[in-house]
Write a protein that binds this ligand. Structure first.
Ligand code: EPZ
Length: 427
């Protein structure tokens, strides 16, 4: 497995372009199945998760080409609504395929995506929503079969503003008979991007970005050309890295409106931030201040996907900070690794108590999941000495060449790819 080797301790500086949003592109790729024909999707980043989704769509019969940051997807050859179990296990976001395949074929078979490093990742809200739209669902031995001769609009309330459940229901309801309302909906920018994509295909959806979304079912959708929004989590990761290394960085192709909660926290920590259109400037000349309390929760509150990264900044701050994680139950796995670098952090069930230290020291650490891995890269950039981040493939799921991104900002970071030994070659 790949490793990242980082010679830390020097401030980041320079300008970086932020790539398209993984968590917008994945549901949009799934939604493209709702219309037969050729879609052109721009600003789609080259990430492991995107490659996996394109492989799954290929196994279902679609033809997709990913050139540069444009995906050309022909869904007219889609031939099956059975998502193979091995592919479901590769990426839990395959769950997004339920709504579109059920709508397109009247049936879909998937497998329980299962949990992952950060938590149980239940899908009960997805299934409840599809049942209210008229789907008959059978579950046995992890296999989930859904059938619906015709999906019909319904009033659906989500007990928790699940991003994936909101998206799955939107996609299934887009061509249902009648009108569907989703109350208690997730409000993330990626939900708004999905609404805009579906409406570009001819859907009639309003309300994304608020907690109530209304979908008036239409009989047919058509393929379209669309540009995916910038990745707010990649942008936030770079902003935090700039602050943690006491650097000065300019980010382009961003949407600061999607990052208000992070910008508020960074300013409280004494980081200078200016915004002009799609450009964000971040600089931090001195030691950051502690931030008394950060609570992760659904948008527009502080995003769980930036929790591990901001913890690295606070581990170097002057003072004592507390982070409460309310979205996923397993999102503190980076804490143990950071302790090996000299961080002073203790945790209880869902809170981290961070006492800032003057500096972190390079060490060999392991990425356990996507955002924990990104946090360890930031720690390595800020630390004195050499840091090796193992299992770097986790990071490649959500960052397009993270080492190249930070090299452009002056970091001394490189990727080590294991050379197969004689025994490997023999296998
Ligand atoms: C999306 O996951 C993102 N992934 C996650 O980003 C992100 O952390 C999460 O939203 C929260 O913002 C994609 O968009 C591909 P949820 P999703 O459904 O849809 C519980 C990253 O690092 N829940 O809002 O799976 C669930 O257990 C990834 O890019 C149910 O109980 O998130 C969790 O505790 C990580 N029942 C909470 O809701 C359900 O049916 C949030 O889940 C669904 C969810």
């Amino acid at each position: 497995m790949d490793k990242l080797v980082i010679e830390g301790g020097s401030p980041l500086s320079g300008t970086i372009r932020i790539h398209g949003a993984k968590n917008a592109a994945l549901p949009i790729l799934a939604a493209s199945l709702l219309a037969e024909g050729v879609h052109s999707l721009h600003n789609v980043p080259k990430l492991l998760d995107i490659e996996t989704m394109l492989n799954i769509l290929g196994r279902l019969g679609c033809r997709a080409v990913h050139e540069g940051e444009t995906v050309t997807m022909d869904t007219s050859t889609l031939s099956t609504s059975h998502v193979p179990e091995d592919l479901m296990r590769q990426m839990r976001s395959s769950i997004f395929l339920m709504g579109p395949l059920l709508s397109r074929f009247g049936e879909v078979t998937i497998y329980q995506p299962g949990g992952c490093a950060i938590g149980e990742r239940k899908i009960d809200l997805h299934l409840q929503g599809l049942k209210l739209l008229g789907a008959e669902i059978e579950e046995s031995n992890g296999r989930i079969s859904c059938r619906a001769a015709r999906l019909t609009g319904s009033d659906i309330h989500l007990d928790y503003p699940s991003v994936g459940a909101t998206e799955n229901i939107m996609m299934a309801a887009a061509t249902a008979e009648g009108t569907t309302t989703i109350s208690g909906a997730a409000r993330e920018p990626e939900i708004q991007d999905l609404q805009n994509f579906l409406n570009a295909m001819g859907a009639q959806i309003i309300g994304a970005g608020t907690d109530t979304i209304t979908i008036r079912g239409v009989t047919k959708l058509h393929p379209c050309t669309y540009e995916v929004i910038p990745d707010r989590i990649v942008a936030g990761t770079v902003m935090i890295a700039a602050a943690a290394t006491r650097g000065s960085v300019t980010l382009t192709h961003t949407n600061a409106g999607h990052l208000t909660s992070l910008i508020h926290v960074l300013r409280r920590a004494g980081v200078q931030i200016t915004v002009c259109n799609d450009i964000i400037n971040v600089s931090c000349m001195g030691r950051p201040r502690a931030v008394e309390r950060i609570v992760t929760s659904p948008y527009p509150s502080f995003p769980t996907d930036l929790q591990s990264q901001v913890m690295v900044l606070l581990s170097l701050a002057d003072g004592f900070s507390v982070i409460k994680e309310t979205v996923f139950e397993g999102r503190f796995k980076h804490v143990e690794e950071m302790a090996r670098m000299g961080a002073d952090i203790s945790t209880d069930l869902n809170r981290a108590f961070i006492r800032g230290v003057q500096r972190l020291y390079g060490a060999t650490v392991e990425a356990t999941d996507l955002r924990a891995g990104a946090a360890l890269v930031i720690a390595g950039l800020a630390a004195h000495g050499t840091t090796v981040v193992e299992q770097a493939h986790h990071i490649d799921r959500g960052y397009d060449g993270i080492e190249l991104l930070f090299q452009k900002l002056g970091a001394r970071i490189s990727r080590k790819v294991p050379v197969p030994g004689p025994f490997d070659l023999a296998n």
